[in-house]
Design a protein around this ligand. Sequence first.
Ligand code: SAM
Length: 277
Amino acid sequence: MPGTLYLVPTPIGNLGDISLRMKQTLECCDFIAAEDTRVTLKLLNHLSLKKPMAAYYRHNKEAGGQAILARLLGGESCALVTDAGTPAISDPGEELVALCAAHDIPVISIPGPCALTVALSASGLPTGRFTFEGFLAMNKKNRRIHLDSLQSEERTMIFYEAPHKLPATLADLLVAFGPDRRISICRELTKLHEEILRTTLGEAAAHFSDHTPRGEFVLILEGGSAPHEEAPSEEEALEAVAQLLGEGLSPKDAIRKTAEQYGLSKNKLYDIYIKNN
Ligand code: SAM
């Protein structure tokens, strides 16, 4: 029987966010696959745990993934951790989970810290529908293609960004979405200097042009508004009334139904109808 892959989130800045289940999973698994074993060793020391570790990071994910897969197929259980936050979310793990799924190896995801949900929930922007966009590409062309694809996005958008790239990213977002678009800039979440700046793209770009960004950032950007449906012309509304009259409706019912269908005022449509008949 194969072992289980556990996805274990780790704190994004506050060790108080270590959960009982997170600790128990690290304690009970056969080995830990870690993005950076030195970072994870500090966490294990904090928890007074000792556990064999294997490295699994962006540049060894092919060979590292195969080695972990072989151990899982051999019956060992593995806890995957990254340096901070939830594995597989802009972090190593996605391919390993796909590999496990393809080999019918059980994958259990332990809930825990994730920068995007911490930021979104406190952003003050709509949370009902959102899209996670990760990091924008460094390559100018790919970045432009990515931003162009979001031009008519109505959902709240979430971006990760490194501090030294923040001013350039805000400048690009300003060009793409205009100065009035609302943005919540979430900095150093769960840490001592946690801060949420709820502002507009115009103000944010100006602010960071003379304040050097420090720390880690999540950007929550308001979605665009849905294009307003054009109000029908008088002619179109009268044509709709005429069609309903042709179907045998009374003028009163035809006007009421058309007004409802097009979101018009019944009285106004009645006046237009009288004027034209
Ligand atoms: N998998 C991680 C997660 O789920 O939170 C994200 C890893 S990604 C490589 C790192 C990015 O997450 C940072 O560049 C930053 O955008 C965001 N991030 C991580 N910790 C953060 C924090 N404490 N405050 C704000 N953003 C954070």
